[in-house]
Design a protein around this ligand. Structure first.
Ligand SMILES: [Zn+2]
Length: 167
């Protein structure tokens, strides 16, 4: 065993994390190595000093400051209270997408302009969503209905599709 490993193991031992067989090997090294004995004394003293440090109790203003900082980092809670007219940012929030995604669908999304600002009526957007919902599932069973798939399979597939869309 070299002194580097010895130092690592001594540190582990102070943390109560050294396996018994390693402890025996470590003791064997320490018995013949004055340098590591000194290191161990220093480590033990340091660990004791750290244990004896007074516990710091932050005052209320510090706790509040930390709380505020954490809340600024955390994402804002999701909104669910939207008015009848949304601007682009609110529409993005309403639809749970980024404003960039709204930009992609801007041609087909019902909108109006007022004072140089693009606005969206929530009711119109909801109708647009309904139209999209109806146009989504052209894939599954209808095309194959004549191939002898029984109606239970078709209903099951439609149910699955509905589940997927709900999620
Ligand atoms: Zn050593």
């Amino acid at each position: 065993m070299n002194c580097e490993t010895s130092a690592e193991w001594m540190s582990a031992q102070l943390d109560g994390e050294l396996a018994a067989d390693h402890a025996i090997e470590l003791d064997r090294h320490l018995a013949g190595c004055e340098s590591c004995q000194k290191t161990r004394q220093t480590m033990a003293r340091l660990a004791a000093d750290i244990r004896n440090l007074p516990r710091h109790q932050p005052d209320d203003s510090a706790v509040i400051a930390v709380n505020e900082a954490v809340h600024q980092l955390a994402p804002a809670p999701r909104r669910s209270d939207f008015g009848p007219v949304l601007d682009l940012e609110e529409l993005a929030e309403f639809l749970r997408v980024t404003p960039e995604t709204i930009g992609i669908y801007l041609d087909e999304l019902p909108s109006f302009e007022l004072g140089g600002k693009l606005l969206f009526r929530r009711a119109s957007v909801e109708k647009w969503i309904e139209r999209r919902e109806q146009s989504i599932p052209p894939t599954l069973p209808t095309a194959r209905r004549h191939d002898g798939i029984d109606s239970d399979v078709i209903l099951q597939s439609l149910d699955n599709l509905r589940m997927i869309r709900m999620n």
